[in-house]
Design a protein around this ligand. Sequence first.
Ligand code: NAP
Length: 527
Amino acid sequence: MVVQGKNIIGFSLSATSEDFVTSFDPREARPLEKFYMATNEEIEETLQKASQAFGVYKHFSGSKKADFLEAIADEILALDDVLVQTAVKESGLPEARIIGERGRTVGQLRLFAQLLRDGSWVDATIETAQPDRQPLPKPDIRKMLVPVGPVVVFAASNFPLAFSTAGGDTASALAAGNPVIVKAHMSHLGTNELVARAIAQAAKNTGMPDGVFSSLNGRGSSLGQQLVMHPVVKSVGFTGSYSGGMALYKAAAQREEPIPVFAEMGSINPVVLLPGKLKASGRETARQYAGSITLGAGQFCTNPGLLLGIEGEELDIFLDELAKEIEAVVPATMLNEGIWKSYQNGRAKVLEQNGVTLLGAAAEQEGNHLGAAAVACVSGANFLNNPNLHEEVFGPFSLVVKCTDKEQLQQVIRSARGQLTSTIMAEPGELTEYKDVVREASNVAGRVLFNGVPTGVEVCHAMQHGGPFPSSTDSRFTSVGTDAIKRFVRPLALQGFPEEALPDELKNSNPLGIWRKVNGELTRDAI
Ligand code: NAP
């Protein structure tokens, strides 16, 4: 398949504008292909198609939607090396990483297909009527989750496959029964087009309505805003910067009909290094963390950007080893010019703050958009007094905060705003001694790890990838794992309906054999 630079509007490719942008190879610093921007007419056509497709798609059975998601996975794999090489070229990420990410993308589509075939995810809840109840009869009420309508997805730069065109937002929105419109990320336009065409092909092959999926090229400030403001759109999935997420969140709240924006934004992911752990395995922990800080050139929303310890010999040994490890890391190409520049600026800004000392930095090398790793340190008091040190530096950088004691450690954790993750590195016995610290770490984050690294987010039923604001706009939801589907549904209760008019999920006979809560009891039995 050859990249054509077009918009994917349902089953059609379209490029009616003269306005284009050029994709870019950050490693070679050279332009690649032309991509035509969506015109107002193309945007309107896409939205009308999505609206019509919703009327059909929302009624499809779980198994029919599962066929569609599995076909998307197959079509993505069929793109084979063309997709891998395009993503490598556009992102600067190594081939092995892209192949791994493709596996994750395909695996996540198949996991949602399994969820749909199982069917119990709709949370069917039934209370049967009690006509003789005194003083008033109780009506028959049956509730389940139903799709909300067309969803706009803003792809992330740092996962050109797994958080992009066919990533978790798209997979969960389609699984829920909603059409999806992807605003292509400028950082991987060719990768986006290939995957979007694979989705369109899968939709055609499995009998989905035209318009169940589209992908448009355009700038966030114009196309992105226009999509979010359009009355056809009912929800938004976003991964990226705080400023981008909040701009969309505010725009959506100001619509005549406000809609939710599920934005996953920045996080510095505090890691608490307790003294017993550092004493038992300080050097090993330093090596583990040097790997996590620099993985993927630090371009992960779960990158450990803040390491917290209590002053002492154990912490000094850890820092000495961490600095040595970081100095030895070969700089890697960053995703794009903007992210590279913002890394240079963000790192420089932290290093010039009062009391900040550079502990170690990898040597700069010849090459384009290379992000050299660094670690710095600051006292607890200086950290607490300086909000500039609380901001995310997106890249291979981490700030170590040396606290005077347990109380200051707690204060520092409390001062960190909402986070995707927090981590406790401890000997098992320390969890009791430091239980208040563990409590603070749980208060600020959506996922708390014990003796691990926050990078690497498992796609599974139990995952929570979303934390208190500002890491996400709604901490009740996750953007990774099967519960991500809950962002794009609403509960619908049907009262007093006859059996034949109920959806299969709520019929007395339970023809789908799903788990339901009937009069307060979980059961798969018929009523
Ligand atoms: P971004 O700049 O927020 O862009 C993400 C998407 O949102 C792009 O499609 C962008 O479109 C669009 N967008 C941005 N501002 C918008 C606005 N005001 N209105 C409408 N749409 C808007 O994020 P990025 O390019 O992926 O990376 C930049 C920064 O985001 C990084 O430096 C990092 O701090 C952060 N980041 C965070 C995560 C995370 O997982 N939390 C992941 C990646 C990046 P255009 O590009 O066309 O403007």
